[in-house]
Design a protein around this ligand. Structure first.
Ligand SMILES: Nc1ncnc2c1ncn2[C@@H]1O[C@H](COP(=O)(O)OP(=O)(O)OP(=O)(O)O)[C@@H](O)[C@H]1O
Ligand SMILES: [Mg+2]
Length: 261
């Protein structure tokens, strides 16, 4: 049960520019790790690298889920292994409805475990899928009309973030990386999304890496550990008090200490 997502001495470059400079991080299932840090410190780069985005070149290091090496896997294989990334800037797919997108995603990730429908196609049945979608939409207080809208096309900032979390709820991952899921959410949406994340976290004993700039989401989603990113490295780790300290004092002092060493 104690499956661990292990990031070992990870160096990543984008177009030959070093961005991540030796990241070490181990997240067990059921744990919540928050990552904070100034703009441009490499937080989203970590998320893209975990997803397997081809632009992010791993120079050295390893990413393991239990004994499985994610580095040998394509992005869709990583998703099937149980990894989910909610990106900071979700992309729109005009012409593809939310419901169709979700069904395709669920089948792509869990299709092999699904049933065979009347026409002989493998995958989750329409009825089962609809129920699962409606249950999760209710959980995240998402309006039913969402299902028939085109994915992220004309969605408000907050709606896009909720759509990401709906996708996460549908895919039921072992590990989720949420990149600034809280940015753009109003106070009510923040609470609803956080409650949803907490329920999923408990239900599936999900391991979570939560990237955020603000302490406020950590009032709802309680991290076990808070890490501070500066210039592609984790320069400090601590408990929730570290997040509070950062919010009060900013990053100046931590950056100064880091540069002196
Ligand atoms: N696709 C890309 N092409 C070129 N440079 C990139 C690319 N993605 C990231 N970078 C650079 O890598 C560095 C780290 O960016 P990253 O997006 O990981 O930072 P971040 O910590 O997520 O910042 P923020 O808090 O603003 O979201 C920045 O200098 C950025 O300009
Ligand atoms: Mg970012």
């Amino acid at each position: 049960m104690n499956l661990t997502l292990s990031i070992k001495n990870l160096y990543v470059s984008i177009e030959e520019k070093p961005i991540l400079k030796g990241i070490n991080l181990a997240v067990k299932r059921g744990e919540i790790h928050a990552i904070m840090g100034p703009n441009g410190s490499g937080k989203s780069t970590l998320a893209y690298t975990l997803a397997g985005h081809p632009k992010y070149e791993v120079k050295s290091g390893d990413i393991l889920m239990g004994k499985e090496n994610l580095m040998d896997m394509s992005p869709d294989e990583r998703a099937r292994a149980g990894l989910f990334i909610a990106f900071q800037y979700p992309t729109a797919i005009p012409g593809v409805s939310m419901a169709n997108f979700l069904r395709t995603a669920v089948n792509a990730v869990h299709g092999d475990k699904g049933t065979v429908d009347k026409s002989g196609r493998k995958g989750i049945s329409i009825a089962k899928f609809r129920k699962m979608m409606m249950d999760n939409m209710k959980l995240l207080k998402i309006d039913n009309s969402f299902a028939s809208r085109y994915l992220n096309d004309g969605f408000s900032g907050g709606e896009k973030k909720r759509a990401e979390i709906l996708q996460m709820a549908m895919l039921n991952p072992k590990f989720a990386i949420m990149d600034e899921t809280d940015s753009g959410l109003d106070i009510d949406a923040l609470r609803v999304v956080s409650e949803g994340v907490n329920i999923l976290h408990e239900k599936n004993s999900m391991g979570i890496i939560l990237i955020t700039h603000y302490n406020r989401i950590l009032n709802y989603i309680k991290p076990d550990v808070v890490h501070v990113f500066v210039d592609g490295q984790i320069v400090k780790s601590g408990g929730q008090e570290l997040a509070e300290q950062l919010e009060d004092e900013g990053y100046d002092q931590i950056i100064r200490i880091y540069k002196e060493n």
